[in-house]
Design a protein around this ligand. Sequence first.
Ligand SMILES: [Zn+2]
Length: 184
Amino acid sequence: MAIREILIYPDDKLREVAKRVTFPLTDEVNTLIQDMADTMYDAPGVGLAATQVGVPLRIAITDTDWRSDEVRHEKGGEPVAARNLKVWINPEFTWKVDTLVSWEEGCLSVPEVYEDVERPAAVRLRWQDTEGETHEADFEGFQAVALQHEFDHLDGILFIDKLSRLKQNMIKKKLKKRKKIENS
Ligand SMILES: [Zn+2]
């Protein structure tokens, strides 16, 4: 079990656009995926993109069988066991519904910030699994929201980018202060 450091906003590396993954996966990439899972469950979180651990590759993992409020409740407690770990490689949305849904989002790279964000309520996704096999499926509700949040990371986008400028500045101040306290 190896836990990697999760980059915290406003780290510049969170803004990198990740590169496509080629197959077969190298040992290095397989280790990365395992470490990402360890890191996500330890945090605990419902999703993690490779970008968040400083590796600019188009890989994200999710376990949306926990709800975000449940995870928040368990924060600081014992690491949570895997329930339904999914690995998404080179994910691409091939369709998004026009209807928007508002969901309270949080992010391991933006600690202790929870804000409502509007996103398409349903999506069609094409992705590859760890064997390089291509899949396509539709997702809605919390899963659709979580996938859009995670894959935004691969393009250097954070959920707070969708908030007002005023709110973004408040969050930046809050996290800079938090960093200072941690470093002192
Ligand atoms: Zn995030």
